[in-house]
Design a protein around this ligand. Structure first.
Ligand SMILES: C[S@@+](CC[C@H](N)C(=O)[O-])C[C@H]1O[C@@H](n2cnc3c(N)ncnc32)[C@H](O)[C@@H]1O
Length: 222
């Protein structure tokens, strides 16, 4: 998703209280960071969505699961800005945003700091020479492997069958093993229970596209 550049987007984001401006300073300290804004002394799991777009999924997840801390990552200011406008109305204390390219995710999170990563309707980058830009590629999975703890998982949804087939092949070289796979999430009553739809999921499922999903976990032998 790449919206037309919105004038002043960078400045608005740089001044927004929901955007963590220097995540490298919080690397390894995300629990403390959230403890302060939540005003509690408890430890909560950390879940991250990479490529959140306008952020409806991560906001709905944060609202539904107040005991989990969430970070939404988006690399384009004009897209993130749309999410921030909605966040002003919802003011969730267990969700913050990073405007970064996820290629540098290891600068923002320490090894083992995250419990789960969501990838939703990631850009397909159809040309072979761009394969390593795909978020479920082995290059990205290796980065995610480093920031997830030993029982860490990744959940990936897409309606793009070519991208999903590619993603399935990347699981093992990326250092993970499959837990659950479906080629039609919405037809699977059990897997779909509690499913929170993303903007893209709503759009593509409404025109009849089946939604593929996998859940993978770290293969700690790698
Ligand atoms: C197709 S949109 C899907 C948005 C949302 N997840 C959904 O399902 O509705 C993919 C988003 O991922 C973002 N994205 C792609 N590569 C990224 C990267 N390397 N780092 C951060 N965001 C990225 C894009 O800017 C875009 O907003």
């Amino acid at each position: 998703m790449r919206l037309r550049h919105i004038k002043g987007a960078e400045e608005t984001i740089a001044a927004n209280k929901y955007v963590v401006q220097d995540p490298t300073a919080i690397k390894g300290k995300w629990s403390d960071f959230f403890r302060e804004i939540r005003e509690d002394d408890d430890d909560h799991p950390l879940h991250i969505e990479v490529g959140m777009g306008k952020g409806r999924f991560i906001m709905d997840m944060a609202e539904a699961n107040p005991d989990i801390n969430y970070i939404g990552i988006e690399m384009y200011s004009s897209v993130l800005l749309r999410g921030l406008q909605k966040m002003e109305e919802r003011d969730l204390n267990n969700l913050r945003f990073l405007r970064i390219d996820a290629r540098y995710i290891e600068d923002a999170f320490a090894p083992g700091e995250a419990d789960r990563i969501y990838l939703n309707f990631s850009d397909p980058w159809p040309k072979d020479r761009h394969a390593k830009r795909r978020l479920p590629s082995r290059q990205f999975l290796n980065r995610f492997h480093n920031i997830l703890n030993d029982s860490g998982t990744i959940e990936f949804k897409t309606d793009n069958r070519d991208l999903f087939d590619f993603a399935l092949e990347e699981i093992a070289p990326g250092g993970f093993e499959p837990v659950v796979t479906t080629f039609d999430l919405h037809a699977d009553e059990e897997l779909c229970r509690g499913n929170i739809m993303t903007e893209y999921e709503e759009k593509f499922s409404s025109i009849g596209n089946p939604i593929c999903k996998y859940v993978i976990r770290k293969n700690n032998a790698t």
